[in-house]
Design a protein around this ligand. Sequence first.
Ligand code: ATP
Length: 548
Amino acid sequence: MSATKIIFLNDFSLVLSFLIRKILTLQPEIEYKFMVQQDEIFKKLISHCKEYGFVFPSSEIYDGLAAVYDYGQNGVELKNNIKRYWWESMTLLNENIVGIDSAIFMHPTIWKASGHVDAFNDPLIDNKDSKKRYRADVLIEEQLAKIEEKINKEIEKASLRFGAAFDVQQFRTTNPRVLENQAKYDELHARFVKALNDSDLEALRQIILDSKIVCPVSGTANWTEVRQFNLMFSTEMGSTLEGAMKVYLRPETAQGIFVNFLNVYKSGRMKIPFGIAQIGKAFRNEIVARQFIFRMREFEQMEMQFFVRPGEELQWFSHWKALRMKWHKALGLGDSKYRFHDHDKLAHYANAATDIEFEMPFGFKEVEGIHSRTDFDLGSHEQYSGKKIQYFDPELNQSYVPYVIETSIGVDRMFLSVLAGSYHEEVLEGGDSRVVLQLPPALAPVKLAVLPLVKKDGLPEKAREIVDTLRFGFNCRYDEKDSIGKRYRRQDAIGTPFCVTVDHETLNDDCVTIRYRDTMQQERVPVSQLETIISDKVSIKNLLKTII
Ligand code: ATP
């Protein structure tokens, strides 16, 4: 059996130069694995997003606005496709789910009833030396992730060493370093959960001190007290000073659904169980807004509230948990990139909650939350508004406040997960390299590029004719500039699944060369077959069929 050596490199170009320099001295009995460091990949992903028109920093010519981003020409297409995939999976695949679009401004009492005015807080802590502000809970979570990473590295190393004979369970329960780190993790985790459950800010601070967590900027542990910070943005509505009313920019879209429960139930003659879906902007004054579009101050959510009979909520919670995971995995980014994370601390009104996490370049992170919210929201609005918000169940012949299962996913985080899962740097045969976005074809911003081999002899006209026929069904691009190789690379970089090349033969046989993005294989096909070949792979309809 050959040995394996992992070589970490912090730059893709280094992989190339390393290979060129070392190719003659590599030892044949060692299997080398080249891995580009994840933080480098993340930086590259961010600059790739800018260079290829996916995401731009907001207000860039004025030096930007922290944690606010704009979507470019390719980004908006990808984002719209994600929203369409979600919206159709909710409203087309479920007869009992309808959509709404409620206003961003809402009556301020709504945020009192929902608990946001009093309790939508994050625990913040400042480092006195760097003057940087952090979320205390996130600092501790990162510390836990570091310990977990140490354990995983030990396991990874051992699994490479022992090969097929490796028994993870046995290793976990016997290896002294793993056991030591696991004990550290369990102790820290238990303290953290207790501090959160007790809302004990001093205990959170003590954990930070005891764990010797330092500020990444100053490198010191000179921390302030932990304080609560409300995340809602407010503004004034009304023109006169006396008549102005303090209103909030909504921090979630869900409340727009709850306050329209009666309207939809009555006007749509809905029968329980039924759901209301909504996509829209949300705003949070995040304390620490790092990590690109992962944590923004203005972002978009796709939320669905599913109203059920009291007592049946946990059954429906399991149903939605499984279905939502299936929706994510259907994209084909790799099943091992997803996991559930059940909440350590349940909100006082919830009786079950889990997150769907995706393996981002900076670790597994929440992309979607699924919550069993009991009758808290409708009950609370009933109380604050003084209106009866109940459902009459004809089968039970009684009225009740329905229970709610919520599925809540951030469009931008979903966007980031799709990009991170699709971004690949490949070294090709012959030493060439390419950056390719292996986006799920149904989500790709551009579905096909039509490329005349040369800019003359009637090839551009023929290529345009193909675009003119196909543009009604797909987002097509025409490109005649530069060599064919460069044009392929440009399309790879934005994730276009198909390139179609028109050459002189095309004028005689009405056939083109179709090139597949992921395999780079090429095939000669009649122009008349293009529509079928492409629509088979890129249709959201076909994707939806895989999740029912
Ligand atoms: P976190 O713990 O990361 O702050 P959360 O648990 O507060 O997130 P929810 O209130 O459950 O998030 O919101 C539902 C979804 O909205 C999240 O799973 C995430 O995808 C998205 N989301 C929440 N806050 C942001 C943000 N600041 N920027 C981008 N997306 C966000």
